[in-house]
Every structure is written in structure tokens, then in C-alpha cells.
Design a protein around this ligand. Structure first.
Ligand SMILES: [Fe+2]
Length: 268
């Protein structure tokens, strides 16, 4: 039954996306990238759920649907505004949550489960989960935020290792040598780096290391380590003992977190 619900939801999602295809069935390049991103967030969600080995079929279905719907509004956002920048269009978390209702998605789910999905999708892109967020919806919100972050890290790595064509990445920073020392020290302390303080692309890459401290599930930490996401970002930064230390801090933070769940521990 759960598989049927997801399959039906996937069909509605696909027909929604089909509305943005041309006569030949082709999506604009930027939307094809978003379509693939959704697939990747779904795939990563499955991996985190399998790694955690503690969620019920009902919870698993909710998580899979959150992954599928989290960027639902990206298609109309690009079609209307030709941008993925929320500040120049609309908040895509809020709009994706509203679209779940507008498209009449998953009507067969109990209202409490639909409410959970809508809440999790709404906050997936916020700086932090709001303090007054319903506690019973937290697991779903944390799951979609983790899966989205890992998918974005993969995408950024692809971008910085040669695939510069991804239109979903728009950095308004110059690719100059060096980095801002204060930003590196902030990241080393495990604090978030503010985008407006970044002076170049290296500052942006350094800022990504704060994500190692903003992961919610041990299985997500295990995935980040297994795919060496932070090592691969570090490889695109200049030689420096301080940047090596940044990587080591991120790795040890993830390793400690991974070990909190015995089923995520590395095999000896
Ligand atoms: Fe998003």
C-alpha cells in the first residue's frame, strides 16, 4: 500500500513536471537539473533511512514523500522568474508546501501525515528549524534537510571538479586566490559563515564545512564520510595546514556523530 501511495504521488509529480516540458518532451536545462536533484534527494533519503534502521513503514513513506515534494515549486519559480534565487522570486519551501495542497497530492494519507509532510517541506530551506516547530514533525524535517544538504554537496563537488554547466549553482563571488582568514577561523570553531561576509569562492567552500556540524542523523554523517564529501571539497582548496585542520575537524565531528547509532558504525 505504501509503495502504491508513493507510486501514485510520483505519477502526479511527473505530470506536474510534464507541464514545463516543450513539445518534444524536453525540460529547460535548469529544470532538468532540478528534476535530477529531486531524484538524488529521494535516493539519499532511502540510504539514510536504511542506515538508521529504526523507522516504521509509515515514517519511511512520509520521508520519501518529503524528498519527492521538497522542491515542487522550483519548476514554476524558474518558469515565472527565470531564477532559483528565492529573494528575487518567492520562498520555495513555503510555495512547495502550498503546492502539495493545490495539486491535491496524497489525498489518501491520514491528515496528520499530510500535515507532517507539508511542515517538513516548508522548513526544508530555512536557516534553521523554527523553535515552535511541531515536535511530532521534527524527524521528517530533519530527514529532508539532511538529504537535501548531502545532495547539494554532491552537486557542488561536481560543479567545482569540472562540470561548470550546472545552472542551479549561481555564485556571485569572484574565483580569486586565497581566502578570508576570519572566515576560516569561524568555520574552524564550527560556526556558520554568513554569505554576505564571503569575499571569494574559497570562502564559500570553507563555509560549507559548517554543514558537518548541522547534520541530524548518524546515517547522514556516515554517508558524508563514505562519499568523502568534505575531503573532495577540500581537494579544490589551496594548500594550507589550517584548511587541513578544517577538514580533520569536520571528519572527526562526523565520525563521532556516526558512532552514536551502532548500526552506522564503520565495519572494523
Ligand atoms: Fe530546496
Amino acid at each position: 500500500m505504501d509503495t502504491d501511495t508513493f507510486t501514485r504521488a510520483r505519477a502526479v509529480f511527473d505530470s506536474h513536471v510534464a507541464g514545463f516540458r516543450d513539445a518534444a518532451g524536453t525540460l529547460p536545462f535548469a529544470l532538468e537539473a532540478k528534476f535530477k536533484h529531486t531524484g538524488e534527494v529521494c535516493e539519499i533519503t532511502e540510504k539514510i533511512v536504511a542506515g538508521e534502521a529504526r523507522f516504521s513503514p509509515r515514517e519511511t513513506l512520509i520521508f520519501r514523500l518529503c524528498a519527492l515534494f521538497h522542491d515542487l515549486s522550483r519548476f514554476e519559480q524558474y518558469a515565472q522568474f527565470k531564477t532559483f534565487l528565492d529573494r528575487n522570486s518567492f520562498d520555495h519551501g513555503d510555495r512547495s508546501a502550498a503546492l502539495i495542497d493545490e495539486l491535491g497530492l496524497v489525498p489518501e494519507l491520514p491528515p496528520a501525515d499530510r500535515a507532517c509532510i507539508i511542515d517538513a517541506v516548508r522548513v526544508h530551506n530555512k536557516f534553521a528549524i523554527p523553535a515552535d516547530f511541531p515536535p511530532e514533525h521534527l524527524d521528517a524535517a530533519k530527514m529532508v534537510r539532511d538529504a537535501d544538504k548531502l545532495a547539494i554537496l554532491r552537486l557542488i563537488i561536481r560543479f567545482f571538479t569540472g562540470d561548470y554547466s550546472d545552472p542551479t549553482i549561481k555564485l556571485e563571488l569572484p574565483d580569486t586566490p586565497g581566502w578570508t582568514p576570519a572566515i576560516l577561523e569561524t568555520a574552524l570553531r564550527g560556526n556558520c559563515v554568513v554569505y554576505t561576509e564571503m569575499r571569494n569562492v574559497n570562502d564559500f567552500k570553507i563555509g560549507l564545512f559548517a554543514w558537518a556540524g548541522d547534520i541530524n542523523y548518524p546515517a547522514s554523517a556516515a554517508l558524508a564520510l563514505d562519499e568523502d564529501l568534505f575531503g573532495r571539497i577540500r581537494a579544490t582548496l589551496p594548500e594550507s595546514d589550517r584548511i587541513d585542520a578544517l577538514l580533520e575537524t569536520a571528519r572527526s565531528r562526523l565520525d563521532t556523530f556516526r558512532n552514536l547509532n551502532p548500526s552506522c558504525r564503520q565495519n572494523p
